[in-house]
Design a protein around this ligand. Structure first.
Ligand SMILES: *Cc1c(COP(=O)(O)O)cnc(C)c1O
Length: 394
């Protein structure tokens, strides 16, 4: 990979050492331009007229996302964030009393709360798939759980928001398909970081966000729904974009995945998402994934040598999200200390509330999260490690 080029494309690297790519990555120039150019067009020509001029570019967003995850453009809906994209799929599933949903200990609270809501409202049952010795979904346990005919859905994140294992999603998908059950994948931390191919994974639905490893603008995301399933899923919400009013008594829902969208959206951000996907495809997802894994394992080795620091990551396969704790300094204080360096170092803090089961199981109230992207460097990692060495009382 041409790292110099990657950094030259990223104005933010001149100001901060950015290790919060799992929160929101630094946007590359083509994304910034796609968004700002469109805002200028809206100011100049009017919002509807500007969107009309960009009609083809807006269609290309679906094609690009389709290429990224190996799906058809008609299987993609562009939705304002991953949570809403996920919700549109989840709340459309015809789950009935007694239906079982299987998830992992690494599930994101934003998805877990809807499970509990449907448990209360519709009487579904939630079961947690046990982990294996690596802290990831135990495939043998999943296979046994899938024997229960009441299982309707397997739903989990490929990578948790607080790091940890890259789940064996292709094996999970194969088992789930073989059992004839639906698989909803939360790909928020995977998209833009690692290769994701919905055909290989065998997921029926996938939700993702724009601002994380994809490096797109905030307030954007997308949903994939497999063509054959799409037409059988009735969205929980409909509007005049998802459906059309035929007579005073009848309406028809669109055939494609855009039935999960709604009419009004941030057009500039949608174009920005398209530019981010195109940029990622140009860099090559495979080389980026190798680079990210290399940087992350280097950081883990360096952190392990800092007195008082414990690396908290688990998993047979690990991602660019590196998590750690310090013996005497809280993650919140660490984040502040690093942000206050002459050249600010951005890390974030993952708290128990975002991945409750996992954090409680490991007895961790909070952890520091340094999430690396391909544009990060060994020199930046060194700066982080040195700043930790200088920690007062560390
Ligand atoms: C960030 C994240 C989400 C939520 O994405 P939004 O775009 O903020 O809605 C969901 N799941 C995981 C694993 C995440 O990391």
């Amino acid at each position: 990979m041409d790292i110099e080029r990657l950094r030259a494309d990223t104005p933010g690297v001149g100001h901060v050492i950015h290790f919060n790519n799992a929160g929101a990555a630094l946007m590359p120039r083509p994304v910034i331009e796609a968004v700002t150019d469109h805002l200028h067009r809206e100011a100049r020509f009017g919002g509807y007229e500007a969107a009309g001029q960009q009609a083809q570019a807006l269609e290309d967003v679906y094609t690009a996302i389709g290429r990224l995850i190996n799906a058809q453009p008609a299987e993609i809906a562009v939705i304002e964030n991953a949570t809403r994209a996920w919700d549109m799929a989840f709340y459309s599933l015809p789950l009935r009393p007694g239906d079982v949903v299987l998830t992992s200990t690494t599930e994101y609270a934003g998805n877990y709360i809807p499970y509990l809501q449907l448990q209360r409202q519709r009487g579904i049952e939630l079961r947690i798939i046990p982990n294996d010795e690596h802290g990831q979904v135990c495939l043998a346990a999943l296979k046994t759980l899938l024997d229960d005919e009441r299982v309707a859905l397997v739903s989990l994140p490929v990578i948790a928001t607080n790091g940890g294992p890259v789940q064996p999603i292709e094996q999970i998908g194969a088992l789930t398909r073989a059992a004839g059950k639906l698989f909803l994948l939360d790909a928020c931390q995977g998209v833009g970081q690692m290769p994701l191919d919905v055909q290989k994974i065998g997921c029926h639905m996938l939700a993702a966000t724009s601002r994380k490893y994809l490096r797109g603008p905030r307030g954007m995301g997308f949903l994939y729904v497999e063509q054959s399933l799409c037409q059988t899923l009735e969205p929980a919400f409909l509007d005049l974009h998802a459906a059309s009013l035929l007579t005073a008594q009848t309406f028809a829902i669109r055939d494609d995945a855009r039935r999960f969208e709604n009419w009004e959206c941030n057009v500039a951000a949608k174009l920005g998402l398209g530019a981010a996907v195109a940029y990622a495809l140009t860099q090559g997802i495979e080389p980026m994934w190798l680079r990210i894994q290399g940087l992350a394992s280097h950081l883990r080795e360096q952190l392990a040598a800092v007195l008082g620091v414990t690396v908290q990551d688990r998993g047979a396969l690990r991602s660019g999200i590196v998590t750690f704790t310090h013996r005497t300094t809280s993650a919140t204080q660490l984040q502040q200390w690093l942000a206050g360096q002459a050249r600010p170092i951005n890390v974030s803090t993952s708290r128990v509330g975002s991945t409750l089961l996992d954090m409680q199981q490991r007895d961790l109230p909070e952890i520091s999260r340094a999430s690396l992207h391909a544009y990060n460097t060994h020199a930046e990692i060194e700066a982080l490690v040195q700043a930790l060495h200088r920690l007062p009382g560390g």
